[in-house]
Design a protein around this ligand. Structure first.
Ligand SMILES: [Zn+2]
Length: 220
């Protein structure tokens, strides 16, 4: 049995960034449902999912779970993994519990990145994506014109525009925020208060502190 860590928080709270840092720190693979969706073919079910995401809607649970089940069955995840962007609803959390039992894994911790709404809006508004390689940039000031990795053009995904951001936050408050109580009840929630304009390294220290404090008495 390995370590299974869920990164949880509103869009823009820094799950992707902290997930990458945790991946390096612990040598655990990171699974982002957003990346899995974006890697889907541009037709059929893949196209349907991409359109839902572009409109800030949640992808139906059964589709996400099916996709995740296929992915997590790979041997690369035997020693555990970091989940980023899943679960987003209470039914998904329950499905994850069942899936982990099936995989003989147990959830060690849910790291909740608690950032203020003002901070979230500031961050999401500065987010641009490369059309060619999908690299995501976070600009604090004027955005660059092209990708520094591949020279591709940068654009703002529909869900990173002010209207899209508002919609995503509404979905988060209604569907995802109830997970805080769900995981608190299970004793696995590790809340990290993210200071406004914090550097990622400083947030990471807080994350590690929460995980360190939670690992000794929670491991089975
Ligand atoms: Zn690029």
């Amino acid at each position: 049995m390995g370590r299974v860590i869920v990164l949880f928080g509103a869009p823009g709270s820094g799950k992707g960034t902290q997930g990458e840092m945790l991946e390096k720190q612990f040598g655990l693979p990171r699974v982002s449902t957003g990346d899995l969706f974006r890697a889907l073919p541009d037709e059929g079910a893949g196209k349907e999912i991409q359109e839902l995401m572009a409109h800030g809607s949640l992808v139906p649970d059964e589709k996400v779970i099916e996709l995740l089940k296929q992915e997590l069955a790979k041997s690369a995840y035997e020693n555990g993994f970091i989940l980023d962007g899943f679960p987003r609803t209470v039914p998904q959390a329950k499905a994850l519990d069942a899936l982990l039992a099936e995989l003989n894994q147990a959830l060690e911790a849910v790291v909740y990145l608690d950032a203020s709404e003002a901070e979230i809006k500031r961050r999401l508004g500065g987010r641009w994506t490369c059309r060619e390689c999908n690299k995501i940039y976070n600009f604090r000031g004027k955005p660059a014109a092209e990708c520094s990795e591949c020279g591709g053009a940068l654009y703002q995904r529909e869900d990173d525009t002010p209207h899209g951001i508002e919609q995503r936050l509404r979905t988060y408050r209604q569907k995802t925020a109830p997970l805080i109580n769900y995981y608190q009840g299970k004793g696995v929630l590790r809340k990290v208060a993210v200071p406004d304009r914090a550097q990622k390294e400083d947030v990471f220290k807080l994350v590690l502190k929460q995980l360190g404090a939670g690992t000794e008495n929670k491991r089975k």
